[in-house]
Structure formats: structure tokens, C-alpha cells
Design a protein around this ligand. Sequence first.
Ligand SMILES: Cc1ncc(COP(=O)(O)O)c(C=O)c1O
Length: 297
Amino acid sequence: MTGLFPTHPALKKLKPMTISYWNGRYLPLDEVHVSPLDRGFLFADGLYEVTAAYNGRLFEPEAHIARLQRGMASLRIDTGLSAGDWLAIMERLAADSGIAGDLTVYLQVTRGAAASRGHGFPAGVAPSVFGMTSPLKRPPAAWREQGVAAITIPDIRWLRCDLKSIALLGSVLAQQAATDAGVVDAIQLRDGVVTEGAATNVFVVKDGAVATPANDSRILEGITRTVILRLAAEHGLALEERDVAAAELDAADEIWIASTTKEITPVTRLNGKPVGTGAPGPVWRRLFPLFAERLGR
Ligand SMILES: Cc1ncc(COP(=O)(O)O)c(C=O)c1O
């Protein structure tokens, strides 16, 4: 049993993350050993997913699995795992997590560890598949009551943002820019249009109509975004996917950021100025309860 609870002082903090998945086996996190030749480590040659589970129920797992499978197909990484296999891994990790409340299941696939370092795809190398769980801290109630502040920054990332790549330095720098500015998110701008937050999709509302950047390689097709599109269609909310000019942020009545961990959060201050009235707006107030109901809240 000793392996179940990490003994190294640095690993102790990871409790209660106990059971993880590593290449076909379920084992304690501290028993996972990754080769320094793993291409995830050397090249960030891999993809990941973060799926929430509320009251023991995974939220939209099929959509997360489908996105992972699309990404892997695009990168020619073949784990041999079916959608059903992925779901079984996620369900087992969630069930055996030892976490009492809501949680996230993290999945990561890399191209694996080749015998030597070289940029091109190596032949005959098995991908590395990893999974773990973490407690999920839901956004604080204050975010829903007052909204959050954000800044805008230039989008310095690459042009395959449709891939949920583990090469996250662009997102790391964007999040740190937000943290340094004392705000929750940094909305990124490329060529005069909005792309995404540090790890969120962005929505703007003007005169009751919602707009969000179109789904192309400049953004990640967020699962939360997809749920919002679905809810808008079901409830007759005007929502357009199109280029959103940076200037539309300044004129917006409402701005929202959306992701698995940030849910749908109203941005009520941008670059130090109030957005609309400076309070969560009526379109968000109409949409959010519909979304919360989907989460099982
Ligand atoms: C760059 C980026 N955009 C959008 C999202 C939102 O995606 P999802 O709703 O699937 O969590 C994320 C989530 O991590 C992200 O990293």
C-alpha cells in the first residue's frame, strides 16, 4: 500500500490524486515513470484533454474524446484505443479517484519515446497514454455575481490552435500576463480580431445578439463553446460564429469567457474599464441557468 500515498515531500502535496492511468495500467501517480526520450518531454509532441465530472458524472465525455481523436488523426498518432476504451478509462479514473467532490479527468497522449532524438515522426513507436484526476474547484460565486476583470494582449501563439496541444507556453504566458495584471483572463487579439482567452473561448453580446470567433485553426473548438452554441439554438438566442473585431470588445454590452473549469463567466471589466453596465448582463443571466442545469446543478 505504500505506493498509494506518495512519500516524497513534493509528491505529498498531490494527495488525493492516487490512481492514474499509464499505458494500459492503473497505478499510483508516483509509480508512473516517463522516459526522458518521450516526445512529449522533448518536443511537446502530444495532446491533452480536461473533462469535468459533477456528482460522479462526466460532462460531455464523448465530445472530449471526439476532439482528442480528431487531433490524434491530424497528427497521425494511433493509440489503438476506441472511443469506448477512452470512456472506460475516464470512468474508471473518476470512480477510483478517492476525490469526494467534483473532479477533472486529465488525459494526455504523446507520440511516445523513440530510441533517439530526431524531429520527424519515428517509426514503430508506441504512443504514451496518461490519465489522472484532480479535485475541481468551481468558479467562485463572486464571479457569477459581479463578473471578472480581463485584459487584452497580442496573440503570439502558432496557427494550429485547433489542436489541444501540450505545447502550452503561449497560454502559460497569457495566463501569467493576466495574473500579473491582477485579472482573471487575458483575451488575445490577432490581426485586429479576437481569438481566445488564455484557456477560454470568448463571446461578445451587442443589442441582444451574441458573437463568437468562428471555429478555425486560430482557436480551440471548446466543448463549453459547443454546449453554448447548442443552448443558443435550442432557446432561440441569436448567436453568430464570425470574426469578432477587437473594437467590438470596447463596444460590447457583455463579454463572456467559457471553458470546462471557468464554465461561462461574465467579464465585467476590460482593460480597467467597465463592460456595458459593469455587471453581468441579461443575456448571460438567461443563458447561465440553462448551462448550470446541463452540469446537473
Ligand atoms: C486555448 C483554449 N481555448 C478554449 C478552451 C476551452 O475549451 P473547453 O471548453 O473544452 O474546456 C481551452 C481549455 O483549456 C483552451 O485551452
